[in-house]
Design a protein around this ligand. Structure first.
Ligand SMILES: O=C(O)[C@H](O)C(=O)CO
Ligand code: MG
Length: 259
């Protein structure tokens, strides 16, 4: 049976951030994830998590000025110190929230930048971060993201993610496989997941087109969930979609999987 994690940066937008925890528990989720907890003190987030009884599945390492259009800073040559301070902050929150994994958002490739330079910065930053995270008992992840939603994103295919993992050479670096992004970029979802099974630590779901509830589009999630079970995937399934008309109202797709 898949274990579903509610992505609170997408679900329950109708509620204040810390009130989303209890709402997710009430609807049957087992865990939580979100882009970042950093706007709240870690003690306050830990209290809300404890009160909900849910597990913290994941969040992102600080990713620059998100509201201002940045999408991560890990590949940017002039932001190395900031990235590494962000790793320290993320691991501090991970400890307070007992969170087993954090995700690095790679960043937009600046116009005219040499991709080889960006790749070297990303690889060096990930070597640093994977070692720090290993010391803290936390897995480090990277996520390919589709270029239609985020034009210019530096890491957009599983092949590129594999190359980065090979170059970093750490046993503590994994792929976050987002079925929605990979349907847009590559398709061939289950054969790709199967091939990369040992390198994937977290998956996320949404349907295409629209990035709405599973079952609203072209991806066969019933088949995907049964394949995840068959392949022995025991990580979380992050629900990172835009509810079409209210989060709780749109959870009919999840009911058959609740025990
Ligand atoms: O958008 C996504 O798919 C990510 O998982 C994320 O965390 C921010 O881009
Ligand atoms: Mg995602």
């Amino acid at each position: 049976m898949p274990k579903f994690s509610a992505n609170l940066s997408f679900l329950y937008q109708e509620l204040p951030f810390l009130d989303r925890f209890a709402a997710a528990e009430k609807d049957g989720f087992c865990a939580l994830e979100y882009l970042g907890p950093y706007a709240e003190p870690k003690e306050k987030v830990a209290d809300a998590l404890k009160a909900s009884g849910l597990k913290q599945a994941l969040f992102n390492v600080p990713s620059g000025d998100w509201a201002g259009g940045e999408r991560g800073i890990a590949c940017l040559p002039d932001r190395i110190d900031e990235f590494r301070h962000g790793v320290t902050l993320a691991l501090d929150y991970a400890k307070a929230l007992d969170c087993p994994q954090v995700n690095v958002i790679s960043g937009l490739a600046p116009k005219g930048a040499d991709p080889q330079v960006l790749e070297k910065v990303l690889v060096d930053n990930l070597k640093y971060a994977a070692a720090r995270a290993a010391d803290a008992g936390v897995k480090l992840l990277i996520e390919p993201i589709n270029l239609r939603d985020i034009p210019g994103f530096f890491l957009s295919t599983t092949e590129h993610a594999e190359r980065i993992l090979d170059k970093v050479g750490s046993e503590n670096l994994y792929i976050q496989y987002d079925f929605y992004h990979m349907q847009i970029m590559q398709g061939d979802l289950i054969p790709t997941f199967t091939r990369l099974r040992d390198r994937i630590a977290h998956v996320q779901i949404a349907d295409n087109p629209g990035r709405n509830e599973p079952g609203s589009g072209e991806i066969n999630y019933r088949f995907i969930f049964s394949e995840l079970d068959r392949l022995g995937y025991d990580g979380w399934v992050g629900c990172e979609y835009k509810p079409k008309a209210g989060t709780s109202e749109g959870l009919g797709w999840m009911k058959p999987y609740l025990e």
